[in-house]
Design a protein around this ligand. Sequence first.
Ligand SMILES: NC(=O)c1ccc[n+]([C@@H]2O[C@H](COP(=O)([O-])OP(=O)(O)OC[C@H]3O[C@@H](n4cnc5c(N)ncnc54)[C@H](O)[C@@H]3O)[C@@H](O)[C@H]2O)c1
Length: 291
Amino acid sequence: MAGRLDGKVAAITGGASGMGRATAMRFLEEGASVVIGDLNMSNGESAVKEAGDAGFGDKIAFARGDVSEETDVEALVALAVERFGRLDIMFNNAGVGGAFGPITDTTVEEWDYTFDVLVRGVFLGIKHGVRQMKRQGDGGSIINTASIAGLSGGAGPTAYSAAKAAVANLTRATAAELAQDRIRINSIAPGAIRTPLLHSGRAAEMEALAQDKTPWPVLGEGSDIAGAAVFLASGDSQFVTGHTLVVDGGALAAAPNFWGFGQDAMFKKKAGLNRGTTGDKSDVRDVNNSK
Ligand SMILES: NC(=O)c1ccc[n+]([C@@H]2O[C@H](COP(=O)([O-])OP(=O)(O)OC[C@H]3O[C@@H](n4cnc5c(N)ncnc54)[C@H](O)[C@@H]3O)[C@@H](O)[C@H]2O)c1
């Protein structure tokens, strides 16, 4: 049976874990070739092995790289072209929790790290993905991972929420800019998805908290995001651009207040920097509200 992405070439950042990895596997099953970019070397290698074990060894490649470094993003696009001849789909998905804690305790370095990964990384992915697609001259699909945290004030840490809001509007602005080139730019805004990032080392506790705020009776899985990504990557969405597709089991519809309000909110009790599943250590410290 024909796959929905037969002959397409995709690059996926943050493809070594969670929803990026689930999407890489699904894209392969749909007939695409996939290059994964990720900071986490061992998870990247294990994703390549998983793809190889499933019979896709000649259709997968991995490059260790940081999405906030322009040369690394250029190298990922170049790898897609070198290995598979072109680039049709760019999924800018890498992410971390970033700065948390009261705004008065957030350092400039933590704020900048958050925006470097979540916004500069998406900007660079769009920039270099689009450059390649324009060279090819026959369009393409860019997909960015936003979040319901970027569509409300109560579903994530402050800097993270601001950064994800920027992703949603970067999506709109670039969609308008690039429509004449038949390059579509859309975002996916996940709710609570069962991944290592959501778990933050406390899987049961975090899943219970998130489920409590999610109307659907189970949490989302990486495969739910992969399904949305296949739609946005394929011709089925050929007239869809500038859109942010919410995939959250009804959490946003129910107006999320995931982690509590004020200084008692979960992300306000301590301050620091969550470096996600990059393999780099996170920092946590007591709050002093910068008195
Ligand atoms: N899990 C959720 O509930 C949820 C909800 C909304 C949005 N998101 C977003 O979904 C995306 C994927 O997250 P996930 O839940 O699959 O998490 P995950 O931690 O399982 O995967 C994220 C991947 O991104 C990689 N990464 C982080 N910083 C990087 C960098 N600078 N350069 C290259 N790679 C980097 C990590 O190493 C990791 O492999 C992120 O953008 C995240 O913010 C997640």
